[in-house]
Design a protein around this ligand. Structure first.
Ligand code: BGC
Length: 456
């Protein structure tokens, strides 16, 4: 099976080409896979609430059942193991561990993560745990969520609990998943939970997330011995639509917003407000000492790349004066998300992050693609995903060969799962999931990854 698949493209790399220390894994997130949204005393999260309004999500779907990972974690971890995957990134659901976001801890929630962690370790799989992948406890959102500065205390307490509960066995941690996306889509555009809009929500959320990203790192470092602590950022190559001055300027602004807003303050460079003036308004939420407290010496930085963005000047877009030129309009190859397939983007972002001083390790914590998948005679031959992954991994290799620092790569994602506002339509998995029966089928891309990961 593998040979004809691999020969679809001219992919001739082997795991050993990336070196013995290079980490290969898969990434997931709690709300997207767990289901069991109200099991035992689990509290409501902003995604549980947001999906109740069926208009918010494609076909009115929700993550109440998702992949039922809560009940099927053993089967999934065993499947992972059979596919030679030795690093598993998943997130903790804050409201499963602390139903109200603060105060009481849930024994059932803690037991669940203990079982998952212990089973991973028993299977020889290293758990990589994200503290926060977008599912804030609803009880905290009632108090303003990320717009309320009290989140600094709530988040610190949560991080300390997680470190103390699981840090004896979990050594690889990520504080936040893509703060740009959960503040931008959740507190500016209203397209993600909690559905808030406007600058007055966005700016305080940005500042508090920036502080929490560093604070979470410090909290984990204090309570977890020998921890390897990171955090993750969404990032895309930004290309100006034309060589006209105003498109170039527009692209620079978009780059400041989409790529630089969260990493730079953590490195001590402050917010990139020189290139995006509206960020100066963050000062309103800043208190003495914040500049220093935004900084943390992460052991690794996780970057998540899927596509590139082409940016054009636009008079009508407030503050940014720039807009995306959609891939479909540009008539380029796209995924089901309408994202351009542009492998060079991952290389560009690896180079950009290498250019920052003060980054210790760099890991691709997400890369992957959604395409139309069809089950034919019990098999899913997802050639497009396979060639997407191979093309991006080749760019990763090119970066390594050029001597750029890069220490690992995680595919998004293991099984098809709940893709936020897009519901279950975009399938990103190496493993197909039938959401009615919860039957998993390893796709051709998954079979290839398995083969690729065989130890030489
Ligand atoms: C997120 C995932 C998401 C994936 C594909 C990333 O932005 O971390 O939760 O499913 O991209 O959209």
């Amino acid at each position: 099976m593998t040979k004809p698949l691999a020969s679809l493209t001219d992919f001739d790399l082997h795991k050993r080409d990336f070196g013995p220390e290079f980490i290969w894994g898969v990434s997931t997130a709690a709300y997207q896979i767990e289901g069991a949204h109200d099991s035992n005393d689990k509290g409501e999260s902003i995604w549980d609430r947001f999906t109740l309004n069926t208009k918010n999500i494609h076909l009115g779907q929700n993550g109440q059942k998702a992949c039922d990972f809560y009940n099927r974690y053993k089967e999934d971890i065993l499947l992972m193991r059979s596919m030679n995957i030795r690093h598993f990134r998943f997130s903790l659901s804050w409201s499963r561990i602390m139903p109200d976001g603060q105060g009481t801890l849930s024994t059932a929630g803690i037991d669940f993560y203990n079982r998952v962690i212990d089973f991973c370790l028993a299977c020889g799989i290293t758990p990589w745990v994200t503290l926060y992948h977008w599912d804030l406890p609803q009880a905290l959102e009632e108090k303003g969520g990320w717009t309320n500065r009290d989140i600094l205390n709530w988040f610190e307490t949560y991080a300390i609990h997680c470190g103390q509960l699981f840090g004896d066995r979990v050594k690889h941690w990520m504080v936040l998943n893509e703060p740009m996306v959960f503040t931008g889509a959740g507190y500016f555009l209203g397209a993600h939970a909690p559905g808030k809009k406007g600058l007055s929500n966005f700016l305080p959320s940005v500042h508090h997330a920036t502080l929490c990203q560093a604070l979470g790192g410090r909290a984990l470092r204090k309570v977890v011995e020998n921890a390897c602590i990171g955090t993750t950022f969404s990032c895309s190559q930004i290309s100006p639509y034309s060589s006209r001055k105003r498109d170039i300027k527009a692209a620079k602004k978009a780059d400041a917003l989409l790529n630089r807003l969260f990493i730079e303050p953590s490195l001590g460079l402050g917010y990139p407000s020189k290139d995006l003036k509206v960020l100066k308004r963050l000062a309103k939420y800043q208190k003495p000492g914040d500049e220093k407290n935004m900084v943390f010496d992460f052991d690794f930085i996780g970057i998540q790349n899927y596509t590139r963005e082409v940016i054009k000047y636009s008079f009508t877009v407030p503050y940014l004066r720039s807009k995306l030129v959609h891939a479909t309009k540009r008539k380029v190859p796209t995924t089901l998300m309408d994202w351009e397939v542009y492998p060079k983007s991952i290389h560009t972002m690896i180079s950009k992050y290498n250019a920052y001083e003060g980054i210790n390790k760099l890991i691709i914590t997400e890369n992957g693609a959604a395409f139309e998948d069809k089950v034919v005679h019990g098999e899913v031959d997802d050639r497009l995903r396979l060639s997407y992954l191979q093309a991006y991994i080749k760019e990763v290799y090119r970066a390594k060969k050029e001597g750029l620092r890069l220490d690992g790569y995680f595919v998004w994602t293991f099984t098809d799962n709940f893709e936020w506002a897009e519901g279950y339509r975009p399938r990103f998995g190496l493993v197909y999931n039938d959401f009615d029966t919860q039957k998993r089928i390893v796709k051709s891309s998954g079979k290839w990854y398995k083969e690729f990961l065989v130890d030489p």
